[in-house]
Design a binder for this molecule. Structure first.
Ligand SMILES: [Zn+2]
Length: 276
């Protein structure tokens, strides 16, 4: 959290405001969230933001400098946000970066993160390409069905940690992995290489449906998530199994939702979710 839908909400909200803006100031209040070996503020000063893209759960601000494009890669971790206004931050002391823009209606952006798991990288284009190659498999909403099925068939272990592995498929975290597996009727401990083709097809469809529905609903507002203008997401109201331990199965099968503990909790219906 934030996962693909929430980062996409942030991207869509920010894009219209930042594209074409010039960076007039970049103030970093905490050095330990920054991964870069160069004097950052100077490197970005007077560059123009030409693109705001998303890769997995990272936001990438691409900035045109005098002779090259330079990139600010922002990972939001468990709790990170980008906000238009300081007063939207749940706790202002956790604003770690101020980005001052000129040439747009929004003059300032704030990166807020109380837990400091989020990181920011400052990269050349070649470094960005290497960064993405190292960290991300294909995008969950862009991969073709045939490639998705081949990927799943190559999973010899449990499916749930496989879906969470950003090197395999990028963008899915614990909330959406639980919801996708329930929608597809697949047990979190199912092995990908043992699934029937029809099950792989359902899993592909469920991945698209759940992620798209969440984007349409503004994401899931869990742990302080809000859009840059403060709008809360609504998809948490549509969660079927995530954090619903003990609730009756929403499909009406007479079972209750169970929780499997591990490093990331799994919520599932023992009757509706199968291992094939
Ligand atoms: Zn059920």
């Amino acid at each position: 959290m934030p996962e693909l839908p929430e980062v996409e909400i942030i991207r869509r909200s920010l894009e219209g405001r930042v594209r074409g803006a010039t960076i007039a100031g970049l103030h970093i209040h905490r050095d330990d969230i920054v991964r870069a070996g160069r004097p950052i503020a100077e490197w970005f000063l007077q560059t123009t933001i030409i693109r705001l893209s998303r890769r997995g759960k990272c936001l990438v601000f691409s900035c045109q400098g005098p002779d090259e494009t330079r990139h600010i890669v922002s990972e939001l971790g468990m709790t990170g946000l980008w906000l238009y206004d300081k007063t939207l931050a749940p706790s202002p002391q956790h604003i770690h970066v101020d980005l001052l823009l000129s040439g747009t209606s929004s003059q300032q952006l704030y990166y807020w993160n109380p837990r400091r798991f989020g990181r920011i990288w400052f990269l050349h284009t070649q470094e960005l390409d290497a960064f993405c190659q190292r960290r991300f498999g294909p995008e969950a909403l862009e991969i073709k069905e045939s490639d998705f099925v081949a990927l799943i068939k190559g999973c010899r272990g449990r499916l749930k940690p496989f879906l969470l592995d950003q090197h395999r498929i990028a963008g899915i975290g614990n909330i959406y992995a639980n919801e996708i597996l329930f929608r597809a009727g697949v047990h979190p401990h199912a092995h990908g290489n043992r699934l029937l083709n029809s099950t792989c097809h359902r899993l592909f469809q469920a991945t698209h449906q759940v992620l798209q529905e969440s984007i349409t609903a503004g994401g899931s507002s869990i742990r302080d998530f809000r859009a840059p203008d403060g709008t809360l997401g609504q998809f948490q109201n549509s969660h079927q199994v995530y954090q619903k331990e003990g609730h009756p199965c929403p499909r009406g099968c007479d079972s209750a939702i169970k929780r499997l503990s591990g490093d990331r909790s799994s919520f599932f219906c023992p009757s509706c979710q199968r291992k094939r």
